[in-house]
Design a protein around this ligand. Structure first.
Ligand code: ZN
Length: 398
């Protein structure tokens, strides 16, 4: 009995260790290598015979390019409004410290999980000392839709939102990609973004002039097979759950079409299509979207990887649509991450990494700065956001 117990404990310890090692790319592929060796197909990267078979997950080429100048801005040229922030439970003093370090004068917290007045008040209490500089965009209370079995759910969702809007000076709300891609009706079909059933919610947004910050779909690479042709293979093999391919989800274009119909149907509401409207890889589509929908803006959060690999087109785009683009880096204020955004927007630097650590690497390419003119930079850094939020510019001056 005792012996059996030991075996069981040992089994659990070993499985735990195995899972732990499996979690990290590097150790995982070492283990796979070890396995092949044990079964008689030695695979050792130190052996020149096998060096041509470096697993793509371990391939981290170091650029041999020697660039003439490197301009890593130690601060942005102008103060910032972070339009795509998430406070992620950061203690208040830490948020203040990070905001100061990154010259972030206003922090918009896209607080998806804050969906009732109580939750709103709780969150705001946490950041009471920076109340004027900390804006919460709550999410929608989807639980209502689940509880009410669709009948009255949307009206109750609208009611929850209105309760917040009535009692607190909110300026906008946040919607996530689950809307359009994952949310299903009780009959098993997907809720469409342009379904008129959601009008009670848009009516509240119109009534209280709430900006709708909406994240729709994800990059098209996540809708393509995870194979040798997918340029984000490394990232997707690290996070296969991010892929929507072959799992019965609506297609990228389908969701984009629904979104566009919504933007057209509700001209009376201002939308910020997050992550560059998911068209950072296709600026012609981004142009069309902005041209046809005067009520739509975009932010740059998490998309400088795409924008920075087409610097000439991006620069033209940013100048042409200088009134429609908002600054945001996603997440808590982060100096290293922000610095890359400043470098991209402000400098002429060539061929640099768009990520501060390898975890946020998307594909094996680098980016180039677009050195925007000051007047454009100023609009993207804070002027456009303040106009949308209806906040006086004096707030960034001190
Ligand atoms: Zn986000």
């Amino acid at each position: 009995m005792k012996f059996l117990k030991r075996i069981v404990v040992l089994f659990f310890v070993l499985s735990y260790l195995f899972l732990l090692l499996w979690f990290f790319d590097f150790t995982r592929y070492k283990m796979i290598g070890f396995f092949w060796k044990v079964v008689g197909f030695p695979f050792d990267l130190k052996n020149p015979d096998y060096q041509i078979y470096v697993p793509v997950q371990l391939f981290r080429p170091k650029s041999m390019l020697v660039v003439e100048k490197i301009h890593l801005p130690s601060k942005p040229k102008f103060p910032l409004v972070e339009f795509h922030g998430h406070s992620f439970n950061l203690p208040e003093e830490e948020l203040i410290r990070q905001m100061e370090k990154t010259h972030t004068k206003i922090f918009v917290d896209l607080a998806l999980k804050t969906t009732t007045l109580n939750e709103y008040n709780e969150l705001q209490k946490k950041y009471a000392n920076i109340k004027e500089r900390y804006l919460i965009f709550p999410g929608l209370n989807w639980k209502r839709l689940e509880q009410q079995n669709n009948k009255d759910g949307i009206r109750l969702m609208a009611q929850d939102l209105e309760e917040i809007a009535k009692n607190q000076p909110i300026k906008g709300i946040k919607l996530w990609k689950d809307f359009g891609l994952m949310r299903k009706k009780s009959d098993g079909t997907y809720w469409r973004l342009d379904d008129p059933a959601f009008d009670p919610i848009w009516d509240v947004c119109q009534k209280y002039r709430l900006i709708v910050a909406i994240h729709t779909a994800d990059p098209p690479a996540f809708f393509s097979p995870i194979d040798e042709y997918n340029e984000r293979l490394i990232e997707l093999s690290r996070r296969p759950e991010w892929s929507f391919y072959g799992k019965g989800y609506p297609s990228f274009d389908e969701v984009m079409n629904q979104r566009e119909k919504l933007f057209k149907r509700r001209r009376d509401v201002i939308f910020v299509a997050l992550h560059f409207a998911e068209f950072a890889h296709d600026l012609a589509r981004a142009k069309k979207l902005l041209d046809e929908n005067p009520n739509v803006y975009v932010d740059i959060a998490q998309r400088i990887d795409e924008l920075g690999r087409q610097p000439r087109s991006s620069r033209k785009f940013f100048i042409e649509y200088q009134d429609r683009i908002l600054y945001g880096i996603d997440g808590t204020p982060n100096f290293q991450k922000a610095q890359i955004y400043w470098r991209f927007l402000e400098t002429e630097d060539e061929y640099f990494d768009y990520y501060p650590n390898e975890k946020s690497m998307k594909g094996l390419w680098k980016i180039y700065g677009i050195s925007l003119p000051d007047e454009v930079l100023e609009k993207i850094y804070y002027k456009n956001a303040l106009k949308l939020l209806r906040i006086n510019e004096n707030i960034v001056k001190n």
